[in-house]
Design a protein around this ligand. Structure first.
Ligand code: PAF
Length: 287
């Protein structure tokens, strides 16, 4: 198969998946909400390296938006997205309607996400991760991939997906892919198209603050470094929402330079909400 296959119906995709699996193919999956940028394409490329066929879903999931305006304004350049995917081999785009994903008898999984939803994005966006769990588990049930690739830029989401996969017993390997950055360090995001040149420059303060923490680990006292990193953003033109250092598996706050700890940040540049994160202490730091 060389040409992009576009499926809109669940039954159609299920039949295709059965046929490909019966022929011995491994399936990789990249869930997206469209508006594909080079960060997504890099996920697609990683997925293509490990699977024989890649399914990319494009579905703006209403259940994960707690702000109706954000949902209405979410970019949906579907023709451009399909154009980008058609450049790749063995690619299947799944572009379902809301009715296909959430039929009238749809029952989502209710999972206790524990400490994973006690801070950061879970506080800023109540119900968001429950919506993500609903849609990703539904997509996993339809596609039954061998691998699923998620960007580390949404690190809390990645931790929740790993937890969900284990808790619901999916036989799927979850791959976390490095955040793709612009030359300035700004993390690639669908929302960046709403930033003008000046805003993009201002927004580099997020990666600067995260990099500062990484550089100061063990050299400067933990609390002092965190205060200074927060001040860097507070003194910029961005409005800081949070800058926390957390345990990457539980998302609980850490209070010292612990191996594997990760700094996570959210801030607003005008009305564009940006998030980013960086491992500030290597996992094997004490080994
Ligand atoms: O990361 C995203 O784009 C979305 O949260 C996802 C995983 C596609 C679920 O809608």
């Amino acid at each position: 198969m060389g040409d992009l296959v576009v499926c809109e119906k669940v039954n159609e995709l299920r039949a295709l998946m059965s046929q490909l699996k019966a022929d011995g193919n491994m399936i990789s999956f990249v869930p997206t909400m469209g508006a594909l940028h080079h960060g997504h394409i890099s996920l697609v490329e990683q997925a293509a390296e490990i699977g024989d066929f890649v399914v990319v879903s494009i579905f703006v999931n209403p259940k994960q938006f707690n702000n109706q305006n954000d949902l209405l304004n979410y970019p949906r350049p579907i023709d451009e997205d399909l154009g980008k995917l058609s450049a790749h081999k063995n690619m299947i785009a799944f572009v379902p309607s809301e009715e296909e994903i959430y039929p009238a008898d749809f029952e989502g999984h209710i999972l206790d996400l524990g400490t994973l939803v006690k801070g950061q994005e879970a506080i800023s966006r109540p119900g968001h991760f429950e919506g993500v769990v609903n849609v990703v588990s539904r997509l996993f049930d339809i596609i039954e991939p061998d691998y699923a690739v998620f960007g580390e830029k949404d690190y809390q989401q990645l931790a929740i997906i790993k937890y969900m996969t284990k808790a619901l017993g999916y036989d799927i390997t979850i791959i976390g892919a490095d955040t793709i950055r612009e030359e300035t360090g700004l993390a690639s995001s669908s929302r960046n198209i709403r930033l003008n040149e000046e805003d993009r420059e201002k927004s580099t303060i997020l990666f600067k603050a995260l990099s500062y923490l990484k550089q100061e680990a063990f050299k400067t006292e933990f609390d002092l470094s965190l205060i200074r990193a927060r001040d860097m953003i507070k003194q910029s033109d961005l409005k800081l929402e949070y800058l926390d250092i957390i345990d990457p598996d539980t998302f609980e706050l850490v209070y010292d330079w612990i191996p594997g700890s990760r700094a996570c940040v959210a801030a607003n540049c005008g009305d564009v909400r940006l998030i980013d994160n960086l491992e500030v202490v290597p996992k094997g730091a004490f080994c």
